[in-house]
Design a binder for this molecule. Structure first.
Ligand code: KIV
Ligand code: ZN
Length: 511
């Protein structure tokens, strides 16, 4: 049987970013876009241009940088959204406008306050306008799985007549069951009966069934799956790309379909997305969790030694899972270092490459082995400069701790060419340093999340801090890395403050 191709539509930077805690800036989105291009995804949904200036700029930058995949921008059916998407995608080698409107009774009545006829009018106008801007138009019927079948068939038929080339059936609230969703998709596809259109699915994971439902839709004839790296997305997330793709690859015999994804890049891409979003991957996550290929039980280990296929249905190499974390050291040359950076999924300019190598050499003087985690941490904190040009810059800090008195910290920050130093007591050195910073700032953000981890298992590992600050309704994350753990936490805090400023500026909010 000839294999069908299932297109992979990545929405990590749109639906994934929508997930409450995540805020990616343009530089971060461009890094992720390059990693997705190397992974060979077919379509990258880079954002929702009408939603904010930040999103518009990010879509425009991704469109300008990425050459092979199609770049999509999301738009409601309203005119201003569609023209904004068209504008943001202007520099794309291959542009897609992805327009959507809800079709379920509950969404039409309570959210849109539109009658079914009103929705049909929106579909016709929106898709026609999008098609006048680009020949590649996707239409999504939001909450399709809770919509009336006859109405849905009418909506999709009209979308195709108006110019849609891909039609997407979302399970927006993760309500469907795989066996019924397969039947549902098959009935929609047969009811519309328009050869030439590509059918797509977009499943959410509220009941943990997003991948199962996506695969059920492939059985019904869907030839595009919308998914995200690490399953990020609204609420419980979207279908995980790595799980969907590896299911299709491992069970080609069952699906008679496969994707063009270079699965060996999954592990690095997953790590990159986790580092940039600050959302950790659970250890037992299928495909990309650190335990996904670990065999603990004696019986399993014995089986593996006799024949790996006893307990492995796919090899760790096929998804790029590292056998061992090979460390670089002071004898490693520029070539080995650059290769490692690329394997980790990062893309550096020539200038960034030089400064990364210099930093690497500096680190080699401080510690014997430099792990992948160390490299990632300093790329993010010292080389890529993914934070907006800072309002505040850390100039100096000092802490005093001991078993006797209260921990004290003094911090000096520069702002607008002016240096300010403040000191404070705290329950610990980090608390003291954060209190000193708060005395300098003209506003008081709240610490919403604080995490600290070592970049490897050795005592000389870098300390990597991750901080989320909240101010009014905005949240922003900051990362910091250093061989000195307190410095890492202070750098993370200052970065989060700077990001709060840039998110507020993008939303035209005063701080
Ligand atoms: O979940 C959903 O329905 C969506 C659409 C915009 C495709 O994200
Ligand atoms: Zn969604």
């Amino acid at each position: 049987m000839a294999e069908d191709v299932v297109r992979i539509f990545d929405t990590t930077m749109r639906d994934g970013e929508q997930a409450a805690r995540i805020n990616l800036n343009t530089g971060e989105k461009v890094q992720i876009a390059h990693a997705l291009e190397r992974l060979n995804v077919d379509i990258i949904e880079a954002g929702f241009p009408a939603s904010s200036k930040g999103d518009f700029d990010a879509v425009a930058s991704v469109a300008a940088e990425v050459r092979t995949p199609i770049v999509a921008g999301l738009a409601r059916t309203r005119e201003s959204d569609i023209t904004a998407a068209g504008e943001a995608l202007r520099g794309a080698a291959r542009a897609r406008i992805h327009t959507f409107i809800a079709t379920s009774p509950i969404h039409m009545e309570y959210k849109l306050k539109l009658s079914p006829d009103g929705v049909l009018k929106e579909v016709e106008n929106g898709v026609k306008l999008a098609r006048s801007i680009t020949p590649d138009v996707e239409f999504s019927a939001e909450d399709a799985s809770r919509s009336d079948m006859d109405f849905l068939i009418e909506v999709f038929s009209l979308a195709i007549e108006s110019g849609a080339t891909t039609c997407n059936i979302p399970d927006t609230v993760g309500y469907a069951m795989p066996h019924e969703f397969e039947k549902f998709c098959a009935a929609v596809i047969a009811g519309v009966n328009k050869p030439g259109v590509i059918w797509s699915v977009h499943c959410h994971n509220d009941l943990g069934l997003a991948v199962a439902n996506s695969l059920a839709a492939v059985r019904a004839g869907a030839r595009q799956v919308e998914c995200t790296i690490n399953g990020l997305g609204e609420r419980a997330g979207n279908a995980s790309m790595e799980e969907t793709v590896m299911s299709l690859r491992t069970r080609k015999d069952h699906f008679g379909a496969d994707t063009a994804i270079d699965t060996r890049k999954f592990f690095a891409t997953s790590k990159l997305v986790s580092s940039l979003t600050g959302v950790p991957v659970q250890p037992n996550k299928a495909i990309v969790g650190i335990n996904a290929f670990a065999h603990e039980a004696g019986i399993h280990q014995h089986g593996m030694l006799c024949n790996r296929a006893t307990y492995e249905i796919m090899t760790p190499e096929s998804v790029g899972a590292p056998g061992t974390d090979l460390h670089l050291g002071k004898h490693s040359g520029r070539h080995a270092f650059n290769e490692r950076v690329e394997q980790l999924g990062y893309r550096l300019s020539a200038e960034q490459g030089m400064s990364a190598f210099e930093y690497f050499k500096e680190l080699c003087d401080k510690k014997k082995d430099v792990s992948d985690g160390d490299i990632e941490a300093f790329l993010l904190d010292r080389v890529l400069h993914l934070t907006p040009e800072g309002c505040y810059e850390l100039k100096d800090y000092a802490v005093t701790v001991g078993s006797g008195g209260k921990p004290t910290a003094s911090v000096t920050l520069a702002h607008d060419g002016l240096e300010t130093t403040e000191a404070a007591y705290g329950n610990g050195p980090v608390d003291a340093a954060y209190k000193a910073i708060l005395k300098i700032l003209p506003f008081s953000p709240e610490l919403a999340e604080f995490r600290i981890r070592a970049t490897s298992e050795f005592a000389d590992a870098l300390g990597e801090a991750h901080v989320i600050l909240r101010y009014k309704e905005i949240k922003a994350q900051g990362r910091g890395a250093s061989t000195d753990i307190i410095e890492a936490t202070v750098r993370a805090y200052v970065e989060a403050v700077n990001r709060l400023y840039s998110v507020a500026a993008a939303r035209e909010m005063a701080i």
